[in-house]
Design a protein around this ligand. Structure first.
Ligand code: F0G
Length: 353
């Protein structure tokens, strides 16, 4: 039978009651793609959970469908969120479909163009503040205390509930949990959600537990250094967060799973970003590749043994941030006149036949 969306498919694991509307944009059921070249190169069995395939191009749709359904169920007419871009895109899409008002607060100049375009197209009311994500979250948390407005950031527990389904899907495909789960860490909602999902599935289906391997950007590595970063900075704007809301839960996931929370530099992030596109044909946004950069780092440090089964979560689609792709590439189109002979000559001259 055709996929019917997360609320329908994983109903028995989610806070879905008789009055919960089973809304969907066909989120979830994203591919787990074997990383053939990475696996061969490092003698591991590596996969990518490609969350950029979701309807608004990121994993946020999993949590948003649940949070929005519960907001509708409770009679809320307005949702609000702070965002580095993906949460706002997802909230705006589901709100548009449900006929809810959507207010988003974003850090000025620090969100990828594609994400801003999405919020604009889905009709959100957009406020761009001269501050960072942490400032924006502080403000919307206050506004969310207003009884008519539902906060849909990952501090809303329904977001975590929806997002945990990604762990279920990984187990469903592999038949069990992988040995290691590599994941980018920003506000730390997603690592919290995956860990919850793996634990619940293990209780129900004995699928086992992975080591949780979370990676922050070194310019925004609050959990790694156990201090708030007042001025977080990274090319991976999605995870440019200095005071993660789910900090404690992320630390718990690390400790309970015997995993790690580490940092990667912007250079390592960009290297993984380009490597994945050029060698595996998978174009995920820069911050998403914190997971792959983390895997490269862990392999170099000997933290991951040969033959290990590894999943890297690729949280968002590369097309959301075309500017970074072009800025960091030395490949530029060669401009030629509209002349068949000249074009032929140029191409034949540059290829070895
Ligand atoms: N990757 C991408 C592409 C993201 O957009 C985010 C978070 C993360 C990873 C980190 O996930 O916050 O659960 O640890 N983006 C949020 C947003 C903050 O507003 O879209 P996290």
């Amino acid at each position: 039978m055709a996929w019917q969306g997360l609320l329908q498919e994983y109903k028995e694991y989610l806070p879905v009651g008789e009055k919960t509307p089973l809304i969907s944009l066909h989120e979830g059921n994203t591919p787990l793609i074997k990383l053939e070249n990475l696996s061969k190169k490092y003698q591991v069995e590596a996969y990518a959970k490609v969350e950029g395939i979701n309807p608004t191009g990121s994993f946020k749709d999993r949590g948003m469908v649940m949070a929005m359904a519960k907001a509708i169920e409770s009679g809320s007419k307005t949702v609000i969120c702070a965002s580095t871009g993906n949460t706002s895109a997802s909230a705006a899409a589901f709100a548009a479909r449900a006929g809810l008002r959507c207010i988003v607060v974003i850090p000025e100049g620090k969100i990828a163009q594609g994400k801003l375009a999405q919020a604009v197209m889905y009709g959100a009311e957009i406020y761009s503040i001269q501050g960072n994500f942490d400032d924006a979250l502080r403000i919307v948390r206050k506004l969310g205390e207003h009884e008519d407005i539902t906060l849909v950031n990952s501090v809303n527990p329904y977001r975590i509930e929806g997002q945990k389904t990604a762990a279920f899907e990984v187990c469903d495909v592999l038949g069990k949990a992988p040995d290691y789960l590599f994941i980018p860490v920003g506000n730390a909602g997603n690592i919290t959600a995956y860990w919850k999902g793996f634990k619940e599935y293990n209780e129900q289906k004995q699928t086992g537990l992975p080591k949780m391997m979370g990676y922050e950007a070194s310019g925004a590595a609050a959990i790694v250094h156990d201090r708030i970063f007042e001025n977080p900075e990274t090319v991976g704007t999605a995870i440019r967060i200095g005071n993660p809301a789910s900090w404690k839960q992320a630390v718990a996931a690390r400790e309970e799973s015997n995993g790690t929370i580490d940092e990667i530099t912007d250079e390592q992030m960009i290297e993984a970003y380009q490597w994945m596109a050029a060698n595996e044909g998978i174009f995920a946004e820069p911050a998403s590749n914190a997971s792959v950069a983390g895997l490269f780092k862990a392999l170099e440090e000997g933290k991951v043994e040969k033959g290990a089964q590894v999943v890297c979560v690729l949280t968002g689609n590369g097309l959301k941030d075309p500017n970074t792709a072009i800025e960091y590439s030395d490949v530029k189109p060669r401009v030629l006149p509209n002349d068949e002979e000249v074009v032929m000559k140029e191409i034949v001259g540059s290829v070895t036949l």
